[in-house]
Design a protein around this ligand. Sequence first.
Ligand SMILES: NC(=O)c1ccc[n+]([C@@H]2O[C@H](COP(=O)([O-])OP(=O)(O)OC[C@H]3O[C@@H](n4cnc5c(N)ncnc54)[C@H](OP(=O)(O)O)[C@@H]3O)[C@@H](O)[C@H]2O)c1
Length: 245
Amino acid sequence: MNTSKNILITGSSSGIGAKIAEKLSSSGHNVFLTGRNEERLIKLAVEIKAKGFLAGCLLEEDFPVKLFNNACKQMGHVDVLINNAGAYLWSSVEKTSKENIEKILNLNLRVPYELCTLVVPYMKKNKWGRIINIGSISGTVGEANASLYSTGKAGLIGLTKSLALELAEYGITVNVINPGWVKTGLTDECIQSGNINEQEQLDMIPQKRWIEPQEIADLTKYLISDSAQGITGQSLNLCAGLSLG
Ligand SMILES: NC(=O)c1ccc[n+]([C@@H]2O[C@H](COP(=O)([O-])OP(=O)(O)OC[C@H]3O[C@@H](n4cnc5c(N)ncnc54)[C@H](OP(=O)(O)O)[C@@H]3O)[C@@H](O)[C@H]2O)c1
């Protein structure tokens, strides 16, 4: 195994982010959690022996910097950034409000970019770093009535490729994992609101199953290992075949 790394994971209070945190902490790494729900963060931090956490909204102007400073205070520095926090919006283009345009693009694209600006200086100095963005199949193949979500997630692929090129000579890899449908709070909300039908959705997936958060955590663990140092700038679809059409 790698030596222990210091890892900041956004959106780690639930779903995919919580599973990634659990996996990486149990593999001997120091993890720093964040999300808005403080109660869940406290519970998870104790359960998985996280190095620390900070509750807050990433859409608040000062929060990304505050988060980064807190993570550094607790761990010394950040070796690995996992940009996982995100929100989905089901809306036809003409019904999409200006507030939602700002909110979804900020959370799903601007904040990941800003966090990259904060973690890269130390990674460059240390000649080692890993940035993993959690995208979506919607960013690779498009999704009707989710154009805003798709736009942000497609942007993460551009960010990943450009940063991978820019940072390659510093021993920093940058990759994006694009999950298909995963049964988390995000998906449950879509089902409950009637925007997607659970059975119809499953029928559309070639493997006829949801992706498990554990599968994304396992891939994340591999991508931060030294065995994966040659994998950079890649957009990796983990989708049970959904992206195949
Ligand atoms: N589920 C899927 O089918 C699926 C498919 C493809 C990609 N993804 C992507 O996977 C990532 C994780 O999603 P998930 O399925 O695990 O959903 P989830 O269970 O709803 O988790 C979302 C996480 O993001 C955090 N978050 C949301 N808005 C935030 C804000 N304004 N400020 C700070 N934190 C915020 C949430 O924290 P709080 O709840 O504490 O606020 C939570 O920890 C997202 O980027 C999503 O787009 C999911």
